[in-house]
Write a protein that binds this ligand. Structure first.
Ligand code: C2E
Ligand code: CA
Ligand code: CA
Length: 648
């Protein structure tokens, strides 16, 4: 019979039981002698009073009546304790088996516990480090970071923190770890402590650094590229603002570079760029930045410069240094420099405008017969027609009048080369300027504050066109739409998107939203919230231009993203060994984060084949199809499907 969990009624039952036993003694032995009766009476009475008898009888009785007894309670408790101990031992064993180290830190930042694998990280056992301040095992440079993060955990409302830091060196190479810490208040009271898990991330950290380095530097000259330059400019401008000093940029362009390329070949052109880089670098201060802007253009950022005269002297000296260097190398070709300079804050107050002004000065220098330096401050307003003003106004009007069109580029499966989706790309055809690239007008739309309007217009057109062909050709295809960060931060983005989807009866599951990885710069919490909202609504999310942003992969890992699109600048490096290593690394990282990997900018069959072999899932590029109007894109899809059917 199943035991019942009923309340204890033991004392009452015990008393009744004792009385019953005594009474039965009296009844049984009355007919014999008085002595036997008395003896038995007292024996039974004693037995009944003895704890053991009472207890055994009690047990019997309680069980018969279906109650739980003390013994059951004790047995259950023992079993529970044994199970807890076994579980704790097994947990400890598991903890010791994994490569992660579990640590406990008290409020004075002393390590008061560390699991066994700490030996692998530090080369010394837990017994040595327990009792030491945790910062003693951290690299000098990262100590303030770790101290601040942990101290904050004890004081701030946040109850967890993730920090990447180096351990105190025990060899020539840095050992990077990621520490995830949580604050814990013991349930039974006592002082609050921090529990943490340390994980060796050296390998992935170095890979990330390699990716970031390649994303921020030019492959040929090793110089910072535009992205890094813009970041450094921002820092220099902030510093100038703070300290009340001037800074400057100089645009440098090689005169006759095209002839060198045409006459002596690309190798000679590349060599020339490297020589010029060396000559310029040798004549710059440590705090200056020389960046490759693209082609034969360089930009020099000069923080803390005296003024216009200083800048002019510097520009002339640089031009002379390059000339001398090339003469020394006995270069056959006659290459000179044109330079254009602009000063902050005199000529412009933002990094973007400072570059524009320096570019205008360079343009003016070229128009003056090249091989000279011009300063923006010394140009008269007649020197260049201010056509950009008209250009900007025309563009703003085009957005307002819904003249921005949408073209499409197919995205194909890497193995079958069959189209699986198409990307909507904005196009502006102006009667005066012709086809203008979105690379030019999207940033303009953001600056002018018309990006929301433009985005909405692209979205409307793309959804309308997609829904009108969904049932036949676009069947099983997805539509990719680019979304800029400015659009994402707008409060109206999600409701507008949902309304458009409903209006055109398009399934969100067939829509992919492409955003750049710098979405993480919105603030990781904000980005996560927004992306979760979109993902829960059914949209697929893709990280565009992957590798060119600053975001740490570990942050991206936390975002609900389904796909990464490797930036074309990486894909272009497919024919070099270093480029292939990088592409494979990105692909593997993407897959490790359970994301699909798409490569864009695929221009040749060889490139497509190499990427497919690496495991890239989808491909996009001129090799398959250039972007074109909807009809052109659908005709391509139809022809691919047609050729498949013929093959079958
Ligand atoms: P993206 O999103 O990276 O788009 C891919 C760009 O690469 C497109 O340039 C495309 O034409 C180009 N491309 C495709 N295959 C190849 C190839 O094999 N080789 C080369 N060299 N290029 C290839 P596009 O159309 O000029 O767009 C430039 C950028 O402008 C886009 O880059 C995207 O960031 C932005 N953009 C375009 N349309 C929109 C839009 O509707 N909204 C927003 N927010 N941004 C857009
Ligand atoms: Ca895109
Ligand atoms: Ca892209």
């Amino acid at each position: 019979m199943a035991e019942k969990n009923l309340p204890y009624i033991e004392p009452t039952i015990r008393t009744i039981a004792g009385t019953l036993v005594t009474a039965s003694g009296v009844v049984l032995y009355y007919d014999y002698s008085l002595i036997a009766f008395v003896t038995l009476f007292f024996v039974s009475l004693n037995l009944a009073q003895s704890g053991l008898t009472r207890f055994c009888l009690m047990e019997l009785l309680l069980r018969k009546m279906g109650f739980r007894s003390e013994l059951d309670e004790i047995r259950d408790l023992n079993q529970a304790m044994a199970a807890t101990e076994a579980e704790a031992a097994s947990n400890l064993e598991t903890l010791n088996m994994v490569n992660e180290v579990v640590v406990g830190v008290s409020s004075d930042l002393t390590l008061h516990r560390a699991s066994k694998p700490i030996e692998v990280l530090l080369g010394t056992g837990a017994e040595t480090v327990v009792g030491m301040p945790i910062t003693d095992v951290v690299h000098d440079v990262d100590r303030p970071l770790v101290r601040a993060a942990l101290s904050k955990l004890f004081t701030a409302p946040a109850d967890s923190a993730t920090v990447r830091f180096r351990l105190a060196p025990k060899g020539p190479n840095d050992l990077w770890v990621e520490g995830k810490f949580v604050r814990r208040a013991p349930s039974g009271g006592g002082s609050v402590e921090i529990r943490g898990v340390l994980r060796d991330i050296t390998e992935s950290h170095l890979q990330e650094q390699r990716i970031v380095h390649m994303a921020l530097h030019d492959a040929l000259t090793g110089l910072p590229n535009r992205v890094l330059l813009e970041d450094r400019m921002q820092q220099a401008l902030n510093e100038s603002e703070r300290e009340g000093v001037k800074c400057a940029v100089i645009f440098v362009d090689l005169d006759n570079f095209k002839q060198v390329n045409d006459v002596y070949g690309h190798k000679a052109g590349d060599q020339l760029l490297v020589e010029v880089t060396q000559a310029l670098t040798a004549n710059l201060r440590k705090c200056d930045t020389l960046a490759r802007w693209g082609g034969d253009e360089f930009v020099i950022l000069l923080p803390k410069i005296g003024g216009l005269e200083d800048l002019k002297r510097k520009a002339d000296r640089l031009a002379a240094a390059v000339r001398a260097h090339l003469e020394e190398k006995n270069a056959d070709y006659d290459v000179t420099l044109s330079l254009g300079g602009a000063l902050y804050p005199d000529d412009a107050r933002t990094a973007e405008n400072l570059l524009i002004q320096a570019d205008k000065a360079l343009f003016f220098a070229k128009s003056q017969g090249r091989n000279n330096a011009q300063m923006f401050a010394e140009m008269s307003s007649n020197d260049l027609g201010y056509r950009d003003v008209d250009f900007t106004a025309d563009f703003a009007a085009a957005v307002k009048n819904d003249l921005i069109q949408v073209h499409y580029q197919p995205i194909v499966d890497a193995h079958t080369h069959l189209p699986v989706g198409m990307e909507a790309l904005a196009r502006w055809q102006d009667p005066q300027y012709g086809w203008v690239s979105p690379a030019t007008f999207i940033p303009m739309a953001e600056t002018l504050g018309v990006i929301e309007r433009l985005g909405q217009s692209v979205l409307e057109q793309a959804l309308r066109q997609f829904s009108s062909c969904e049932k036949d050709l676009a069947r099983n295809m997805f539509l990719s739409i680019n979304v800029s960060n400015r659009q994402l931060v707008s409060n109206t983005f999600v409701p507008d998107l949902m309304r458009s989807i409903e209006r055109h009866s398009v399934n969100p599951q067939s829509i992919k939203l492409e955003m750049t990885e710098s979405v993480a710069l919105l603030g990781i919490e904000r980005a996560r919230e927004l992306l979760i909202q979109l993902s829960e609504a059914g949209f697929m999310l893709s990280l565009d231009d992957f590798g060119t942003g600053y975001s740490s992969l570990s942050y991206l890992h936390d975002l609900p993203v389904h796909e990464i699109k490797i930036d074309a600048s990486f894909v272009r490096r497919v024919h070099t060994e270093a480029g292939r290593v990088l592409l494979r690394t990105i692909t593997d990282l993407g897959h490790a984060m359970k994301m699909n990997v798409v490569a864009e900018g695929v221009e040749t069959k060889e490139c497509a084949d190499v990427l497919t072999d690496m495991g890239v899932d989808m491909l996009q590029g001129y090799y398959f199809k250039r972007p074109g109007p909807k009809e052109e894109c659908l005709a391509y899809v139809a022809s691919c499907r047609g050729s498949l059917e013929t093959q079958i």
